[in-house]
Design a protein around this ligand. Structure first.
Ligand code: ASP
Length: 219
């Protein structure tokens, strides 16, 4: 990949089409493979930002909590695991890689794959998949820094942005991507830099690949 071009790239994920302009069957298909993490976490109260159980919600529940996705893609959800990402093993990596390769191979209509994942090891899983998924359609890992039960939970918008990235033609051929905090980073370079801040994922001097933050409307 050309690093200069990548550094300059801003994925312009244009305004969402009005829901009325598209029927559901026209929409691209995105598979969401769920593995757990804070994005599926629940705490005792809305201010339990650091004390919660990862993997308390299923992928289906995460998806249905974000109805805005229905204006962007048809989604099929599959639960791969529901654990903290500190418990992700090589066996999970192999299952994910095989499943993604099989989805892309058997279903050419799939626009992309989103993986919900804990942030502690999201970069390791992303890196592994970057080496083992043999297709150019987007594979987007997404997590959150606040549990689903938190005030100002970041997971729902992160998930919407991940699906929008997965259906974007501009995201093709860029390798596996990590989307949080409106930012799109490449698996090869991204690392988690802070335990609590939402702006934690950084790619050092190489920088991020783009933003998934453009204003859009669903009418
Ligand atoms: N403990 C969480 C994990 O599953 C942290 C997170 O998701 O942000 O990695």
């Amino acid at each position: 990949m050309n690093r200069v071009a990548l550094a300059a790239l801003t994925l312009s994920l244009g305004p969402g089409l009005p829901a009325s302009a598209q029927t559901t069957s026209d929409l691209p298909l995105v598979w969401v493979l769920s593995t757990g993490g804070t994005i599926s976490g629940r705490g005792a109260t809305s201010t339990s930002l650091a004390d919660y159980k990862s993997g308390a919600l299923l992928g289906e529940e995460l998806g249905s909590a974000v109805p805005e996705i229905q204006a962007v893609a048809r989604v099929k959800v599959e639960q791969i695991a529901n654990i903290s990402s500190t418990d992700i093993t090589v066996a999970h990596w192999l299952s994910l890689a095989k499943r993604i390769n099989s989805i892309f191979q058997s279903d050419p209509s799939t626009a992309g794959v989103v993986i919900t994942h804990g942030t502690n090891t999201i970069e390791e899983t992303a890196y592994f998949l970057n080496l083992t998924v043999k297709h150019d359609r987007p594979v987007v890992l997404v997590g959150s820094m606040r549990p689903a039960s938190a005030i100002s939970a970041d997971g729902p918008l992160n998930l919407l942005n991940a699906v929008r990235t997965a259906v974007s033609k501009e995201a093709r051929g860029k390798g596996v991507l990590v989307v949080l905090n409106d930012e799109i980073n490449g698996a090869r370079d991204v690392t988690k830099t802070n335990t609590y801040r939402v702006e934690t994922f950084r790619a050092g001097e190489l920088g991020l690949l783009g933003y998934a933050s453009r204003q859009w409307r669903v009418t």
